[in-house]
Design a protein around this ligand. Structure first.
Ligand code: NDP
Length: 243
């Protein structure tokens, strides 16, 4: 039977590349997204063309418990198993801390950290029953090193690293691995807001002298989500061109 992977925030950017990666391996691919129907439909098409056994797109908010419950129930009713979960959905609400509103702090923590917690909690039961599972959390280099203007975002990404290491310890004996990938600067809608001058400035500070592509991150995620990566857990893999 085909394996099943859930990719949150799979409609665009890094999530789309990860979804297509699972499709190429013949998975049932389930992508969730916040509201961009057109992007989700495009990803569904790409996954089908790439060899997915089946594809489901689900519109929902990862920070909402009922929505996450409905998503996992849909997956279990349809496929009876969930083999991989990639907690990729994420947002930014940047600003210097003195001017950052509590709402902007809370919404970033809710989507990026609470969302990953809710989804991980919900897949744990079926994964424990299966005695197999792969969870990969998309953190960020700023969760390790910090970044001015991103107190909320870097806190959420650092939180993901702590959560990854803790859940990895809880689930290691059940053949469930939990790892994090920490991307540097990746060319997606999230970074498209930067001016050309800002991008040039950033590129010059990256040892690889370029921004990464979504596929660079997807390759690392697919490696950690592979059956053969069964002895790697609780790790953080930076994909940052040496930043
Ligand atoms: P994008 O902004 O391109 O895409 C974000 C995705 O998340 C979309 O699919 C969006 O859905 C979805 N999403 C947003 N909020 C929610 C929500 N509440 N519930 C469900 N889905 C949601 O982001 P990237 O591809 O750039 O980033 C993906 C991940 O990688 C994020 O966690 C980000 O923090 C992380 N990252 C990105 C870096 C970069 O340089 N780009 C660097 C380091 C980490 P919709 O399309 O419907 O809006």
């Amino acid at each position: 039977m085909a394996r099943t992977a859930i990719v949150t925030g799979g409609s665009r950017g890094i999530g789309r590349a990860i979804a297509v990666g699972f499709a190429k391996k013949g998975y049932n691919v389930v992508i969730s997204y916040a509201g961009n129907e057109q992007a989700a439909t495009e990803t569904e098409k790409l996954c089908r063309e790439s060899g997915a056994t089946d594809v489901v797109t689900y519109k929902g908010d990862v920070s909402d418990e009922n929505s996450c419950e409905e998503l996992v129930k849909t997956v279990m009713d349809k496929y009876g198993q969930v083999d991989a979960l990639v907690n990729n959905a994420g947002i930014t609400r940047d600003g210097l801390v003195a001017r950052m509103s509590a709402d902007d702090f809370d919404s970033v923590i809710s989507t990026n950290l609470r969302g990953a917690f809710l989804m991980s909690k919900l897949v744990t039961k079926p994964m424990m029953k299966q005695r197999y599972g792969r969870i990969v959390n998309i953190s960020s280099v700023v969760g390790v090193h910090g970044n001015a203007g991103q107190a909320n975002y870097s806190a959420s990404k650092a939180g993901l690293i702590g959560m990854t290491k803790s859940i990895a310890k809880e689930l290691a004996s059940r053949n469930i691995t939990v790892n994090a990938v920490a991307p540097g600067m990746i060319a997606t809608d999230m970074t498209a807001v930067l001016t050309d001058a800002q991008k040039e400035n950033i590129n010059s500070s990256i040892p690889a002298k370029r921004m990464g592509e979504p596929e660079d991150v997807a390759n690392a995620v697919l490696f950690l989500a592979d059956e053969k990566s069964s002895y790697i857990t609780g790790q953080v893999l930076e994909v940052s061109g040496g930043l």
